[in-house]
Design a protein around this ligand. Structure first.
Ligand code: HEM
Length: 161
């Protein structure tokens, strides 16, 4: 029951770049995901207020046990969608469909700016695991994959009907 959203062509070169870097990142995706989210909150501290499990908690953000699984989910979904873009020609989403994702983000008040900050923060940790693999083309491939996924979610951001 995955959602879909038609996209413009994602090239074979772009897919190869993303697949290769994702394979290199997989083994420490949890750690990368945590860094990714802490970076979002560094740039946009107010984004913390969107998360129920952070908002009502006295635990420092980086120690909140609920953040890492959530951060990992977002990171993993973005990576997997990137891989699928070329194969399926569309954004496919596991576990929860795009309508549910859209409804959740609508409900919690996630705005366009949050998606922008998140994109910026996502493109930083992809440099780390294999620095010599990083290139502007790799960054652009990830950026496009993220944009397509975010666009697919945003289309579904409306009150549940
Ligand atoms: C929940 C994915 C972008 C904030 C979720 C969930 C997933 C997810 C899978 C849990 C599913 C559910 O409860 O229905 C994604 C993906 C994104 C993205 C793939 C980008 C492509 C963002 C951004 C923000 C955000 C930019 C804000 C900075 C939230 C919040 C929740 C949530 C507040 C609810 C968490 C809670 O239970 O308190 N997201 N997300 N997401 N997401 Fe996102």
């Amino acid at each position: 029951n995955s959602g879909s959203f038609n996209v413009t062509a994602f090239t074979e070169e772009q897919e190869a770049l993303v697949v290769k870097s994702w394979n290199a990142m997989k083994k420490n995706s949890g750690e990368l995901a945590l860094k990714f989210f802490l970076r979002i909150f560094e740039i946009a501290p107010s984004a913390k207020k969107l998360f129920t499990f952070l908002k009502d908690s006295d635990i420092p953000v980086e120690q909140n046990p609920k953040l890492k699984p959530h951060a990992t989910t977002v990171f993993v979904m973005t990576c997997e969608s990137a891989v699928q873009l070329r194969k399926a020609g569309k954004v496919t989403v596991r576990e929860s469909n795009l309508k549910d994702l859209g409804a959740t983000h609508f409900k919690y008040g996630v705005a366009d700016e949050h998606f922008e900050v998140t994109k910026y923060a996502l493109l930083e940790p992809i440099k780390e695991p294999v620095p010599e693999m990083w290139s502007p083309e790799l960054k652009n491939a990830w950026a496009e994959a993220y944009d397509q996924l975010a666009a697919a979610i945003k289309i579904e951001m409306k009150p549940p009907s």
